[in-house]
Design a protein around this ligand. Structure first.
Ligand SMILES: Nc1ncnc2c1ncn2[C@@H]1O[C@H](COP(=O)(O)OP(=O)(O)OP(=O)(O)O)[C@@H](O)[C@H]1O
Length: 260
């Protein structure tokens, strides 16, 4: 039996409704520090809705989400980075006219003290911090195989590269929990294999927990410590990858679906 560490995030009885559609129905789940948790389910199961609730883009009708025991209900989306919650988007959301480096730097901004005023008025301490941030970003860029294109603009980059840039930007904020929304979408077999190594490497090096929403079941099953399965807005299984993969309700939910 796996020993769980410190509880990072707890979703308790989360329910959200859009008109007549109950997108999430009394969802409960926990994420522990440095855990890789896979979240699977067929189309429309509610995975992205849960992600959007976790980043405060959607507000639940009832239930709550706690980060280190504190309710997130009073928080706005822009407060979440300071609480250690970072994310990437299914269809990437980058600043098109900025360079790769500048995009990743936007992720680090909140982690730096003082902002623009400090840049203008700052003394040696601020300059040192800026230099450290630059080194940290260059390290992230090389980890994600982006160092060679750090001064290229986003507009020239293909989808797979954009996903890696988003990944780097989310990591630049030094999150405790990194939420990845379909990071393997649109990637070829070789890129998926690299992603698998990368997720583990990132967890080990940056001591982050990872919440991975993904249709690529082989990737989820290989990389996750634990997997939660959803269907029709409800949790149907929660356990070790092989337990969830063979769970009767999960097999039933995926009947007729292509399972990668
Ligand atoms: N903003 C919204 N307005 C209305 N309905 C919504 C909204 N967001 C999600 N839904 C509905 O909630 C349900 C869950 O959708 P969601 O996108 O969370 O599923 P999913 O598991 O992420 O699916 P996929 O794997 O296809 O991305 C669906 O019935 C969807 O149509």
């Amino acid at each position: 039996m796996r020993q769980y560490g410190v509880l990072l995030l707890e979703v308790r009885d989360l329910t959200i409704q859009f008109g007549g559609v109950i997108a999430l129905k009394k969802i409960c789940l926990e994420i522990y520090e440095q855990e890789i948790l896979g979240l699977i389910g067929p189309n429309g199961a509610g995975k992205t809705t849960l992600f959007n609730c976790l980043s405060r883009l959607y507000r639940q009708n009832s239930g709550d989400i706690f980060v280190y025991g504190e309710s997130t209900t009073p928080l706005e989306p822009e407060d979440m980075a300071a609480r250690g919650i970072g994310r990437t988007f299914q269809n990437t959301a980058l600043f098109e006219t900025m360079t790769v480096y500048e995009n990743v730097l936007t992720g680090a901004q909140f982690a730096m003290s003082g902002g623009l005023t400090a840049d203008i008025l700052g003394g040696p301490k601020v300059r040192r911090e800026r230099a450290e941030t630059r080194d940290r970003i260059m390290h992230l860029l090389s980890l994600l195989h982006l160092a060679d294109i750090s001064d290229h603009t986003i507009a020239d980059q293909n989808f797979a590269v954009r996903k890696r840039i988003e990944f780097a930007r989310a990591l630049a904020a030094e999150p405790s929990l990194l939420m990845l929304d379909e990071p393997a979408g649109g990637l070829n077999r070789e890129e998926v294999a690299h992603l698998e190594d990368l997720i583990r490497q990132v967890r080990d090096e940056f001591k982050v927990a990872v919440l991975l929403v993904e249709h690529h079941l082989n990737l989820v099953m290989k990389v996750s410590d634990r997997v939660v399965a959803m269907d029709f807005g409800q949790k149907i299984a929660d356990g070790l990858p092989h337990e969830v993969r063979t769970h009767p309700q999960v097999l039933q939910a995926y009947l007729g679906e292509e399972t990668a």
